[in-house]
Design a binder for this molecule. Structure first.
Ligand code: NI
Ligand code: MN
Length: 225
């Protein structure tokens, strides 16, 4: 399965013939200036919570592509108020079948507020089961809830935050990989701001020592997972 990284927690996957974009935050990301947002034409956009570093480009991309936005109830209602016409609300524990496969909404230990200060509901993660099965935790602390993930899907890969400060750091992400029983991890939510800059060599070494493969694609790079 092809995955393209767009910086922070934004990435897209080509999944059963559909393009799915996660947590679009590109045009306001200094590290992603070379990505042309107007060229992105996803079929679906999955949004984990209301913070700007996960949603800033969502309205524009949804409008230009006609994508269906899937996310927490409060988040997609807010997006609808901003003019997004195709959306599907979900909430913790729910599973739903879409054209590309199923989406299961998982717990995330974090907070959520829309960019204009309105209520953003509770933050979530997703397990997507399509031609491959993967888990995107969203912004979250390490939580025992992650032990449930393998009961819901045998993962081919997972996308986990490693930047610390606002989410789990890389040491907790290694413990999360154990809980979710997944050896292929793509790191996200790092380097974008001063608070979350990481030492790449140190992080890569720690993952290697734990017997895990860590993918840190360049922004704009496409990898096969
Ligand atoms: Ni956040
Ligand atoms: Mn964030």
């Amino acid at each position: 399965m092809k995955l393209t990284y767009y910086g922070q927690s934004c990435f897209s996957v080509e999944c059963s013939g559909k393009n799915i974009l996660f947590d679009p935050f590109i045009s306001h990301n200094e590290l992603a200036k070379h990505v042309n947002v107007s060229q992105l034409k996803p079929d679906f956009i999955l949004v984990s919570h209301g913070h700007a570093d996960h949603i800033a480009d969502c309205v524009e991309i949804a409008k230009q592509s006609g994508a269906t936005v899937i996310g927490p109830f409060e988040v997609v209602n807010w997006l609808n108020e901003q003019g997004v016409e195709k959306y599907h609300p979900m909430n913790h524990g729910g599973r739903r079948a879409f054209d590309f496969g199923t989406v299961k909404v998982t717990n995330a230990v974090h907070s959520s507020q829309m960019p204009d200060g309105s209520y953003g509901g509770n933050p979530v993660g997703f397990i997507v089961a399509a031609e491959k099965t993967f888990y995107y935790s969203g912004d979250t602390a390490l939580t025992m809830d992650m032990q449930l993930v393998p009961r819901w899907g045998q993962l081919d890969f997972a996308v986990l935050p490693i930047g610390d400060n606002f989410t789990m750091g890389y040491e907790d992400a290694i413990l999360a990989a154990e809980m979710i029983r997944c050896r292929h991890i793509m790191g996200c939510h790092y380097d974008t701001f001063g608070y979350i800059k990481i030492d790449h060599d140190q992080v890569k070494k720690a993952f290697a020592e734990a017997g895990l493969s860590l993918h840190l694609p360049a922004i704009g790079e496409t990898i096969d997972l």
